[in-house]
Write a protein that binds this ligand. Structure first.
Ligand code: WTA
Length: 649
């Protein structure tokens, strides 16, 4: 068990919500009464919320269809368009001049885009995409830096009913290739490159490489010229974004699609080798993105400035950099750059310069910025902040307290939000002006969400740890895994015989019913808030000619949460440079975030009699802990000694 988890288990500090402000949900009593409403009329309560928060082209006739569970359907019969909900309805309400996006580049350039301008650009881009031959239901890959055009591309797809799949810009050409192929995408939208750490991170060459193999489905590549790096041009295939948009009318009628029309696919790591395409649909996802903005952040579109630091390549960027704020008609900040450039005060400077009121980031960033020292936030006026959020991994109480004291000056409630790519939006989080918080706990489920901590048999555990399950469907739940219904059933529903959604997280419930997360219970690592499958990294290593076999486990890491530790059996003698070469190889196969921190060689891997790798033993070895596994059955016990020698990564 990691030190982080040990300290959360002993945590007993509690903080009352700030007084003097009435939140969208303003007391625990109100929170419990909404829960009761859901309990007494589940469908009716969702119906009311869907009417209140979304604009429908045609009303839905049924709230929830459970007949083909676990393939649930929400708001059947209804038709709507997501981009219309995020743009047109605000412009029609007279908010055309309100800023939708404030974008800041690493070098300091700032762009403010109003709702009217955003709508115009989305229409133009949608017209271009349509002209290229993309139709409703076709897949479009978006591989871009954090620039407004990325959000425009997403909204443009939604406007015409195309399904977008954003691929994180630091994923390798190989990872991009795999996703393009799995989605059978017709179009890739990219940029020449993005600004990073004072230099340029080229992207278009990655797309060229990804398409050089067998991605036959892709007909065109739409390229935003942004960073100015030299790129090769594939005439006939490549189209210049700005040139193409210039000649388009700023009008494109939004296509009213069915509530269940697929909105996007987002690939995420699971416990087997191949990343899975998590599929989300339109109405339920949008409703929940919109509602959770209000509930968990107390978002006030007319006065708040909201900044979620996540890249749009992750679900957090989808729901809380783009769709959640825009569905509410609010203003969202986008920053293209790293948090420590040119110095570790950059994020705080952006907060101060623009007057950010709600700030949302990952514990790994908080830990890194805490380590850089209090002088950095103290240089900037952070008095505009009123709510602080975290997401992606359990937050250790020390980081929570620093966020609370040094960034929030004890004024701002901390909302620790637990959710997943699969859940679409927050599931467990404090309501900032209602729920007392405890450092390290995501607290209670949001209204309408029914979670429990259960044992192996699905029985609720009253004390001690268990697994987190979700007992009722929710509107933003994934609708499946792209092209693999069986994997959807096997991964999420089989464990508890179709009764509960199995999240893959270990959790504990305390005497107040608060939930404390304890990390994954499957072979998924959480490295700096990014999900990575151990098998994915193992197959990347095994694809190197020198490697016979590899096993990958996580070990606790002060900054990253978890670090990647690889145990490798070689086909040849280890040369001096092999560790470095293997790390580069993994970065090339998956992306730099998957590079092992520690690589150790041995003659064989410790296995059980039935041939399973003894992962618990490897985790103990990686963490430098006493070995708790029974190793008496190991044929060659000397491998344990070998593996205990740290490698030089
Ligand atoms: C972990 C990110 C503890 C968890 C939105 C989950 C968390 C996985 C928290 C999903 C949190 C996310 N406390 N653990 N507040 N938030 N996690 O799909 O293990 O990238 O299953 O979605 O991150 O990661 P994903």
């Amino acid at each position: 068990m990691s030190e982080t988890i040990m300290s959360t288990l002993e945590e007993n500090r509690s903080f009352n919500p700030p007084q003097g402000h009435k939140g969208h949900i303003s007391s625990l009593d109100e929170y419990f009464s909404i829960h009761e409403q859901f309990k007494s009329d589940f469908d009716g309560t969702w119906r009311t919320l869907a009417h209140e928060h979304l604009s429908w082209s045609e009303p839905f006739t049924r709230v929830l269809d459970r007949s083909k569970a676990p393939f649930f359907r929400w708001f059947d019969g209804g038709k709507l368009n997501l981009s219309e909900n995020c743009l047109d309805r605000h412009v029609e309400a007279g908010l055309g001049d309100r800023t939708a996006i404030i974008w800041e580049a690493e070098a300091g350039e700032v762009r403010r885009i109003s709702y009217q301008e955003l709508l115009d650009d989305v229409c133009k881009a949608a017209n271009v995409i349509k002209e290229i031959g993309v139709e409703a239901g076709d897949r479009v890959i978006i591989y871009m830096p954090m620039i407004p055009e990325a959000a425009i591309a997403m909204l443009a797809c939604a406007r015409i009913g195309a399904i977008h799949s954003v691929v994180f810009g630091a994923f390798s050409p190989q990872a991009l290739h795999d996703r393009i192929q799995d989605a059978e995408a017709k179009l890739v939208i990219t940029a020449d490159g993005g600004g990073r750490r004072g230099g340029i991170h080229a992207m278009k060459p990655g797309v060229d490489e990804a398409l050089s193999g067998t991605c036959l489905s892709v007909q065109h590549v739409l390229v935003v010229r942004h960073a100015g790096n030299a790129i090769e041009w594939n005439a006939g295939r490549d189209i210049d974004w700005h040139q193409a948009l210039k000649f388009q009318p700023a009008v494109c009628p939004p296509l009213a699609v069915d509530s269940e029309h697929p909105l996007f696919i987002l690939y995420t790591s699971g416990s087997t080798g191949k990343p899975k395409g998590i599929l989300h649909s339109t109405a339920g996802y949008l409703l929940w993105a919109s509602l959770t903005m209000r509930w968990s952040f107390d978002f006030r579109p007319e006065s708040d400035l909201f900044w979620c630091t996540a890249d749009i390549g992750w679900i957090t960027g989808h729901t809380y950099s783009v769709y959640g704020p825009l569905a509410n008609g609010g203003t969202t900040v986008m920053y293209e750059g790293v948090p420590t450039y040119p110095d570790p005060g950059r994020l705080w400077k952006i907060c101060a310069d623009h007057g950010v009121t709600i700030f949302y980031t990952a514990p790994t960033a908080i830990r890194a910025l805490k380590k850089a020292g209090d002088e950095w936030p103290n240089k900037h006026d952070l008095s505009s902040l009123r709510v602080l959020g975290t997401v992606g991994e359990p937050i250790n109480p020390e980081a929570w307290m620093w966020y609370h004291d040094v960034i929030g000056k004890t004024r701002c409630p901390i909302v620790d939000t637990w959710w997943q790519t699969e859940t679409g939006g927050h599931m467990i989080a404090p309501l900032p002006f209602a729920t007392p918080t405890k450092p390290g706990s995501a607290t209670l489920a949001l209204p309408g969400i029914d979670v429990e901590v259960v044992d192996e048999h699905g029985k609720p555990v009253s004390e001690g740890g268990g697994m987190l399950v979700i007992r009722q469907p929710w509107p933003a739940m994934l609708r499946g895994i792209w092209g693999d219904d069986q994997r959807y059933i096997d991964t999420y529903w089989k464990k508890f015989d179709g009764r509960y959604y199995f999240a893959g997280d270990g959790a504990r419930k305390d005497k107040d019913g608060y939930i404390w997360f304890m990390g994954r219970v499957d072979d998924v690592l959480n490295v700096s808030g990014h999900r990575l499958g151990t098998m994915e990294i193992e197959s990347a290593l095994a694809s190197h000619p020198a490697v016979a076999e590899a096993a990958v486990v996580g070990r606790p890491d002060e900054l990253k949460g978890e670090a990647i530790c690889a145990f490798v059996v070689l086909k040849c003698k280890p040369g001096d440079k092999l560790i470095a070469e293997l790390r580069v190889h993994v970065a090339r196969e998956i992306g730099p975030i998957a590079k092992p921190d520690d690589i150790r060689f041995a003659n064989s891997l410790p296995k059980t009699r039935s041939g399973k790798i003894m992962r618990r033993l490897l985790r103990d070895i990686a963490a430098g802990r006493d070995i708790t596994s029974d190793i008496s059955t190991l044929e060659d016990q000397s491998v344990v000694l070998q593996l205990q020698q740290p490698g030089k990564a």
